[in-house]
Design a protein around this ligand. Structure first.
Ligand code: SAM
Ligand code: SF4
Length: 472
């Protein structure tokens, strides 16, 4: 059986490569923005909002950095190496700025929010700093820079959801789209910088979510992923009727728009995912049977230090409920952190035994990176040596790869409904798409089928991909 190379956590999460916005709205007179996006899906969704706001004001985007009037980096702060990458990227802009001193360089997103004006002091090349809730202010901030000033807005809002902004779809395959349903996070996981960089949790209004999903379907999209740091705590109250909507109800309403639109969501928190959500998933064929349920650790003492507010037993009960309600074939993925403060070898073994018990389809795995200002940084010691963290992470990755292969092999011989997303990366003679439980399937192309649902007979697999034949 052919196997995949061991991917680094960043490669696994697709974080190693930034996304560069394509050229849009080009006109001779428009000022051109070059936008690079790093980090999570929320950031990529935010970049679509940023592009929309700027295009509304007459800006164009370009994928050619050398013709840009403004370079924007939408950044991530979740681990130290994510920030290091941005600092290196800024260094590479020096020749461009030397050649064109009028070019504006701006930092958006979580790193901007975390470092605020400190970023301007440390990185002299930066002219503009805007946090995740300040994107409506970008046109004004850009004008301020044009007037010869440095511009900063890192105000965190309790209301901003960008609900009324129609994102400009970029890097789109025209088939799948991200739809942000909430922002911020009220959990205080001790390792995590998100509550400080993205602020308090707020839910987007139902009508604007349904409108966006409907428009996407009408423009040919066939799958939406509802995004939030903790989607299960989605809560929106209609200001007129006072009727409250929770996540299960939102999911149902999106699923009811049309059976031809697939619905996914991410991320679920083990303390919040309810049986109501699981039953709603079971009720609608177009809600994909796949759940991303970060564990972070398999040991109760570490989970407590992480302030995850659940135990290993609670987590496993949630997994059991998923299996009971949605069946063995429901895809389950996880996030796991290796080498958190004071983690012993036995406690690390508990994470490995959690993997053994669940046999996840997929995982995003990281070694612990201390983040300034978080409760863990203030109260705990980052005392696991880097080489030990690295070794533990590798053990976790190796075991996960065995389980990914195992889960994929279980699908050999089955017929899977696949939404075709486009040509396989390796060959234009093959299509690629995803199964309901989120597995990538590659199969020989007979005719152009992008955006169609097809049935594929699964013949073999690697640990990352299913291979098959079209049967209809
Ligand atoms: N809200 C989601 C949740 O609760 O699981 C995920 C948010 S975070 C953007 C994605 C993942 O990054 C986390 O699940 C965690 O595994 C990892 N992560 C967050 N902070 C980290 C840190 N300081 N060091 C290493 N990994 C971290
Ligand atoms: Fe971070 Fe925890 Fe919130 Fe996820 S739930 S974003 S890990 S604080």
């Amino acid at each position: 059986m052919q196997d995949l190379k061991v991917l680094s956590p960043e490669e696994l999460k697709g974080l190693d490569e930034p996304r560069i916005s394509p050229s849009q709205n080009q006109s001779e007179y428009s000022k051109k923005i070059y936008l690079e996006s790093y980090g999570c899906q929320m950031n990529f969704a935010d970049s679509e909002v940023v592009t929309s706001i700027l295009m509304e004001q007459g800006y164009a985007t370009t994928s050619n950095i050398h013709e840009a009037d403004t370079i924007l980096l939408n950044t991530c702060a979740i681990r130290e190496n994510a920030e290091q990458k941005i600092r290196h990227r800024l260094q590479s802009f020096k020749p461009i700025k030397a050649k064109n001193p009028h070019i504006t360089i701006g930092i958006l997103g979580c790193m901007a929010e975390r470092l605020k004006t400190q970023l301007l002091e440390e990185e002299k090349i930066v002219d503009l700093v805007a946090g995740p809730d300040a994107y409506r202010d970008l046109p004004r901030l850009l004008e301020e820079v044009e007037d010869g000033n440095k511009a900063v807005n890192v105000f965190l809002s309790r209301e901003e959801t960008y609900g009324n902004i129609e994102p400009v779809r970029m890097h789109t395959n025209g088939v799948t789209a991200l739809v942000s349903i909430m922002r911020g996070c009220n959990n205080m996981c001790s390792f995590c910088v998100v509550p400080y960089t993205r602020g308090r949790e707020r839910s987007r209004d139902l009508d604007s979510i349904l409108k966006e999903c409907t428009q996407l379907f009408e423009s040919g999209y066939r799958e939406v992923t509802l995004l939030g740091q903790n989607v299960d705590s989605y809560h929106w109250q209609n200001p007129e009727t006072k009727q409250s909507i929770n996540f299960a109800q939102l999911l149902e309403k999106v699923a009811q728009l049309t059976p031809e639109l697939r619905v996914r969501f991410s991320t679920s928190h083990p303390k919040d995912i309810t049986n109501e959500v699981l039953h709603t998933m079971a009720k609608y064929e177009n809600i994909c049977k796949n759940i991303h349920l970060p564990a972070q650790s398999g040991n109760n003492r570490i989970l407590d230090l992480m302030n995850r507010t659940y135990t290993r037993e609670w987590y496993l009960e949630r997994i059991q409920s998923i299996r009971n309600i949605l069946g063995e074939s429901c895809g389950i993925s996880h996030d796991l952190i290796a080498g958190f403060c004071s983690e012993t070898e036995e406690e690390h073994q508990d994470s490995l035994s959690l993997l053994e018990e669940v046999k996840y389809d997929f995982g995003y795995m990281f070694s612990y990176s201390e983040r300034p200002g978080t409760p863990a940084e203030k109260k705990l010691s980052d005392d696991i040596p880097e080489d030990v963290k690295k070794r533990r992470l590798q053990e976790i990755i190796d075991l996960q790869r065995i389980h990914s292969s195992y889960r994929n092999q279980l699908m050999i011989g089955s017929v899977q409904r696949v939404l075709v997303e486009g040509d396989s990366k390796k060959s234009s003679a093959h299509h690629f798409g995803r199964t309901d439980n989120n597995k990538v399937v590659v199969f020989p192309k007979k005719e152009e089928m992008k955006g169609e649902f097809v049935d594929v007979f699964i013949t073999h697999c690697t640990s990352g991909t299913l291979l098959g034949e079209l049967i209809n």
